[in-house]
Design a protein around this ligand. Structure first.
Ligand code: CUA
Length: 351
């Protein structure tokens, strides 16, 4: 007698007992897993929320591959279900046309997948080619050096050094020269460009261009130690005129402290271990281990994106950054409350 599952997988399905799990429970489990998986798709930054010529090409490639994958999956599963559930007459082995089966394998198993894969490969090559270099030459070169776990950002032609915040002009291509001071990191702004590794002793060059003014989140895309997940940066894209203003400000040394409290704060800074690791242009502090603090107050976050740059967060960071970002290179600073107040007042002047 015909039976859809008859003895094809003996002992597995043939004669299987009634379902162990009610259908509702299976449905609920599937819904829960789907919801959990889709939860990862929410929020910014998303590669599919693309900006700039490079980001748009990458998102287009993703959509093309996704749509082809969905079509292939639907067709394959439909054929599979048909093969399993089609009504079948009892047949002798000789009735299964050998020629038809071979043709099916050649066309469905080799020819069609071959055409699809070659087509997708061709589109990947096209995307690589059109994103290899900008349409118009880059206006600016920025050097970015990965550190555990922050980003040193240098504008070599302008002698500007900053950290964790990459300012660029809108609508203009920027060349990025990427390297690392310690282990391998990877520079990635999901909306704007592809991941590019930062390798010690080597410079990887890439470029990107932002089309709309705004702040874009970047992150480290290569596991680099305990704080890999807290190694973020921002790309601040401004209209060219505003970007030039930012450059002019950054080229200047730090403003001189004015009030007694600020002056005392400067003395606290220069008289403590801060100077071994940090630079403040215009003072004797010229350490290179930690971020340049010359214009610290102009940045939006501290600790490479860990906290908003507020006076309270800065106080917590200075007192014990290990409680906020364990393993980072900055030791806790034992300052009495008056010295801390003065230091914060001074750091606030670093516009
Ligand atoms: Cu740097 Cu991960």
């Amino acid at each position: 007698m015909y039976h859809p599952f008859h003895s094809r997988w003996p002992g597995v399905i043939a004669g299987a007992p009634a379902r162990r799990f009610p259908r509702v429970a299976v449905g609920a489990l599937a819904a829960l897993i789907t919801a959990l998986l889709l939860g990862g798709c929410g929020g910014s930054p998303s590669t599919l929320d693309a900006d700039g010529p490079k980001g748009v090409h990458i998102a287009t490639l993703w959509w093309v591959m996704f749509i082809i994958s969905v079509i292939v999956c639907v067709v394959v599963f439909a054929l599979l279900l048909y093969a399993v559930f089609r009504p079948r007459r009892p047949s002798s082995p000789s009735e299964n046309g050998k020629v038809d089966g071979t043709a099916l394998v050649i066309i469905g198993g080799a020819l069609i997948p071959g055409v699809i894969l070659i087509g997708v490969f061709g589109f990947v090559l096209y995307t690589m080619q059109v994103t290899a270099s900008p349409a118009r030459p880059a206006v600016l070169t920025v050097e970015i050096i990965g550190h555990r776990w922050w980003w040193e950002i240098r504008y070599p032609s302008l002698h500007i050094i900053t950290a964790n915040e990459l300012h660029v002009p809108v609508g203009q291509a920027v060349t990025l020269e990427l390297t690392s001071a310690d282990v391998i990191h990877s520079f990635w702004v999901p909306q704007i460009q592809q991941k590019t590794d930062m390798i010690p002793g080597r410079i990887n060059t890439t470029w990107f261009q932002v089309s709309k003014p705004g702040v874009y989140t970047g992150e480290c895309a290569e596991f680099c130690g305990i704080e890999h997940a807290e190694m973020d940066f921002r790309v601040v894209a401004d209209p060219p005129a505003r970007f030039r203003q930012w450059l002019l400000l950054q080229e200047r040394p730090a403003p001189q402290p004015v009030t007694a409290l600020q002056l005392r704060g400067e003395q606290v800074f220069l008289g403590s271990a801060c100077v071994y690791c940090h630079t403040i242009m215009g003072t004797n502090a010229s350490g290179r281990i930690g971020p340049d603090l010359t214009h610290l107050d102009g940045r939006q976050s501290i600790g490479a994106g860990v906290l908003p740059n507020t006076i309270g967060n800065l106080a917590g960071w200075i007192a014990n950054s290990q409680a906020i970002k364990p393993g980072n290179a900055m030791p806790p600073m034992a300052l009495d409350s008056q010295d801390m107040q003065a230091l914060l007042a001074y750091l606030e002047t670093l516009k």
